[in-house]
Design a protein around this ligand. Structure first.
Ligand code: BES
Ligand code: MN
Ligand code: ZN
Length: 469
C-alpha cells in the first residue's frame, strides 16, 4: 500500500513537490535554480513539471497549476499527481508536497498523491522499489481523504485484474476482505439465495457463465442517531462479452473493467467506515459475468426481476441495467432514504462526454447538490443529463412491463431511466462512469489503466448528504 500522511509543517524529505501558478514566481531565492529555469522558458503551465537538483532536499519538483484565475480542484489534483510521479525516483524514499492550501482542494490534492504513486504490480516488477512515503503539507488532518487513497488503490487493483482472476464470488471475497475490521455488516447473496428472492434479472445476466452471480451488501452505520440510510448501488460485471448480443473483439478489450461501479462503491464504504465518518451507507455490489454460454439468456426472453417487474430483454449487451434493476429494487425494498447507482453503463455517455466527466441523472435537487459539491471536492467531475418522459416512452414494451433497450439516440438517459424505474418513490440518482473508469494511455500524472473514479466522489456525496462540512 502507498504511504501518505498529512502534516501542518514541511518535514525534512529527500524530495519536495511545490505547485506554481503559470507565469508566477516562487518565493525568491528559496529554490536556487528556479530563476534559471524561468529564464530557460519554464512557465508552470498545467501538467508541466520541472525537476531541480540540489542538496537539501535532493530534488525539488515544481509542478504547474496553470493560470491562477482558472485553477480549480482538478488542476490541483492533476498537478499533484504529475509532481509526485516525477519526484518518485530511485534513491527518493520520502517526499513532501506543498500545494496552495485551499480548503476546497484538500481532498483532491491528497487523491492526486494516490494517482501519482499508483502502479499495478500483480504480474510485473515484483522487485520494483517501494513507493516513497509522501507527506502533504496542509492545514487540516483529512482522515477521510487519506483513507480514500488506500481504498482507491484497492479499487484500481480490482479493476485492473483480468476477468480470469475475479469471477463474481471471488471478487466479492476480495471486497469483503477489504472491509474486514471496519465494523461494516456484510451480507453475501449467492446464487441460491438470489433464486429464493426472485432476483431474476441478475440471475439472467449470469446464467451464460460458469461462474454464478452474487450480490454483496456492506452496511456501515456511523451515525446511529440519524435514522436515514443512503444506498450506493454499483454495477459489477466482471466481464462483459455482450452475451449472445456479442461484442466485437475491439469492444471487448477493456470489458474486464465493467465492474468499476461496484468497486467504487465498496471503496467508498471502506474509506467512510475506516475514518469513522458519521454517515449511514448501504453499499450494494451487483456482480455477474456476462457470457454467451449454452445457458445464456437470449434476445427476446422475458424475465421477472426482484420486484416482480417483467423485462423484455432485446439486447443481452444492455446487461448493466438488468443487474442494477435488482440491486436498486433491493435497496428500495429495504426502505433506504435515497439511492445512488453508479455504472460503466453506456458507450453513449463516454461518447458524449469524452472521458472528461461522468454523466448523471436525477430529479432530486438535494442529490444533485450533493453530487456536485462532492465532484468539486474530489476533483471527479460530473455533468447532468436531462430526465424526460420521452426517454421513458422509448422503453415501453408491447409484451412486458419494460424493455431493456430504446431506439435511436439518448442512450445514456434511456439506460439510466430504465434503472430509475426500479427505485419506486425513493429519491434516486444515477451516475454513468463509462469512459471515466479506465484510461487506455498514461496521462494526468496517472499510469495507464484503472482510475478509481467514483470512489472519492461517492464518499464525498455521503458526507454531503449527512450534512458534514
Ligand atoms: N459495459 C457497456 C458500456 C461501456 C461501453 C462501458 C464502453 C465502457 C466503455 C454496457 O454494458 C453496454 O454494452 N452498453 C451498450 C448498451 C446498448 C446495447 C443499449 C452500449 O452502450 O452500446
Ligand atoms: Mn454490455
Ligand atoms: Zn456492461
Amino acid at each position: 500500500m502507498v504511504s501518505v500522511s498529512v502534516s501542518g509543517s514541511r518535514p525534512k524529505t529527500d524530495a519536495l513537490v511545490v505547485g506554481v501558478y503559470e507565469g508566477e514566481e516562487l518565493a525568491a531565492g528559496e529554490f536556487p535554480g528556479f530563476v534559471h529555469a524561468l529564464a530557460q522558458g519554464y512557465r508552470g503551465r498545467m501538467g508541466e513539471a520541472l525537476v531541480l537538483y540540489g542538496e537539501e532536499p535532493k530534488r525539488v519538483v515544481v509542478t504547474g497549476l496553470g493560470a491562477r484565475a482558472r485553477a480549480d480542484s482538478r488542476a490541483a489534483r492533476r498537478a499533484t499527481a504529475v509532481g509526485v510521479r516525477r519526484a518518485a525516483a530511485r534513491g527518493i524514499s520520502s517526499v513532501a508536497v506543498e500545494m496552495p492550501d485551499e480548503a476546497g482542494w484538500r481532498t483532491a490534492i491528497v487523491q492526486g498523491v494516490g494517482d501519482g504513486l499508483y502502479h499495478f504490480s500483480y504480474h510485473k516488477d515484483p522487485e520494483r522499489e517501494a513507493s516513497p512515503a509522501v507527506t502533504v503539507v496542509m492545514g487540516s488532518s483529512e482522515p477521510l481523504a487519506l483513507e480514500l487513497v488506500q481504498s482507491a488503490e484497492l479499487v484500481r487493483n480490482w479493476v485492473n485484474l483480468g476477468s480470469n482472476d475475479k469471477p463474481p464470488e471471488r471478487l466479492a471475497g476480495y471486497m469483503t476482505e477489504a472491509l474486514a475490521d471496519t465494523g461494516v455488516e456484510i451480507e453475501l447473496l449467492r446464487h441460491d439465495r438470489l433464486k429464493e428472492m426472485g432476483a431474476g434479472a441478475i440471475l439472467a445476466v449470469g446464467q451464460g457463465s460458469e461462474s454464478p452471480p452474487a450480490i454483496l451488501i456492506a452496511t456501515y452505520r456511523g451515525a446511529p442517531g440519524d435514522a436515514r440510510m443512503l444506498a450506493l448501488v454499483g454495477k459489477g460485471i466482471t466481464f462483459d462479452s455482450g452475451g449472445l448480443s456479442l461484442k466485437g473483439g475491439e469492444g471487448m478489450m477493456t470489458m474486464k473493467t465493467d465492474m468499476a461501479g461496484a468497486a467504487a462503491v465498496m471503496g467508498a464504504v471502506r474509506a467512510l467506515s475506516r475514518s469513522r465518518v458519521p454517515v449511514n451507507v448501504m453499499g450494494i455490489a451487483c456482480i455477474a459475468e456476462n457470457m454467451p454460454g449454452g445457458h445464456a439468456q437470449r434476445p427476446g426472453d422475458v424475465i421477472k426481476s426482484l420486484n416482480g417487474t417483467h423485462i423484455e430483454v432485446l439486447n443481452t449487451d444492455a446487461e448493466g441495467r438488468l443487474v442494477l434493476a435488482d440491486g436498486v429494487a433491493l435497496a428500495h425494498e429495504r426502505k433506504v432514504d435515497a439511492i445512488v447507482d453508479i455504472a460503466t453503463l453506456t458507450g453513449a455517455n463516454a461518447a458524449a462526454l469524452g472521458g472528461a466527466y461522468a454523466g448523471f441523472l436525477t430529479e432530486q435537487e438535494e442529490l444533485k447538490r450533493c453530487l456536485q459539491v462532492a465532484a468539486m471536492k474530489s476533483a471527479e467531475p460530473v455533468w447532468q443529463f436531462p430526465v424526460d418522459d420521452q426517454y421513458r416512452n422509448m422503453i415501453k414494451s408491447p409484451i412486458a412491463d419494460i424493455k431493456n433497450v430504446g431506439g435511436r439516440g439518448g442512450g445514456m438517459q434511456v439506460g439510466g431511466l430504465f434503472i430509475g424505474a426500479f427505485a419506486g418513490d425513493t429519491p434516486w440518482a444515477h451516475v454513468d462512469i463509462a469512459g471515466m473508469a479506465y484510461q487506455r494511455e498514461a496521462g494526468e500524472g496517472r499510469v495507464q489503466g484503472a482510475t478509481a473514479f467514483g470512489c472519492a466522489l461517492l464518499a464525498g456525496m455521503a458526507v454531503e448528504y449527512f450534512g458534514q462540512a
